[in-house]
Design a protein around this ligand. Structure first.
Ligand code: HEM
Length: 197
């Protein structure tokens, strides 16, 4: 396996193992997505169009895109959505999500912007499922989607901190653990300072 790809797999595995099992996407959730695959497939157009309408309607997110890029971006998101709703939800899928996170980072898109669009996607699944399914089934589908979203968001959050600490280590020679405890002490000092003022 390509060494850098292997790195993504290792990070995905490490992050996954750190998450309490009840919080992460599980076998039952995979079964739920499979059950409602026809609905999820039907929602593809509103999800893809709404996603880019949202990003293009706000100047700060609109500014990220190049002229004439929208059609290509929509097709890529469409492919991502199709793969996401059908699974399989294996290590390869989660490692790919880390890679997708890095592509955004390289393009100057913030972690916050990506996280809120996960939130937006979750709201759409909630709304669409509550319009078209009995309430308990809609809740079950939304919860399965939320655990998927949370697992991917956890990967993105942890991986970037990890990459940041590694690059600091390479540049400064200090170990990530020492840097982390220095950061905690600094934050404690800051909060004491702000409590005093
Ligand atoms: C739920 C959140 C998001 C998902 C699932 C998502 C999905 C994707 C995927 C699958 C790719 C292709 C990555 C690759 O080339 O391997 C991509 C690229 C891209 N996304 Fe997103 N995206 C999200 C949020 C955002 C946001 C918030 C923005 C802009 C503010 C954005 C703008 C872009 C751009 C400009 C690219 C092309 C990057 C490049 O190749 O230069 N995305 N996205």
């Amino acid at each position: 396996m390509n060494p850098s790809l292997q790195g993504y797999f290792q990070v995905a595995q490490a992050v996954w193992e750190g998450l309490p099992p009840v919080t992460r996407f599980g076998i039952q959730d995979e079964h739920t997505l499979k059950t409602y695959l026809p609905q999820l497939q039907r929602w593809e157009d509103p999800v893809i169009n709404g996603f880019y309408d949202t990003l293009f309607s706000h100047p700060a997110t609109r500014a990220v895109f190049r002229e004439g890029e929208r059609a290509m971006r929509e097709q890529v998101l469409r492919d991502w959505y199709r793969r996401t709703i059908t699974g399989p939800f294996n290590l390869e899928y989660f490692a790919w999500q880390i890679l997708v996170g890095q592509v955004h980072l390289n393009r100057g898109i913030s972690k916050g912007q990506v996280m809120v669009m996960w939130g937006w996607l979750t709201e759409q699944i909630w709304q669409l499922s509550h319009i078209s399914l009995p309430i308990d089934e809609a809740d079950q589908l939304t919860m399965a989607w939320m655990r998927l979203a949370n697992s991917v968001k956890a990967m993105a959050a942890d991986e970037r901190l990890e990459a940041y600490l590694q690059s600091l280590e390479q540049q400064s020679g200090a170990s990530p653990r020492i840097l982390q405890s220095a950061a905690v002490s600094w934050l404690e000092e800051q909060s004491k300072g702000s409590n005093r003022s």
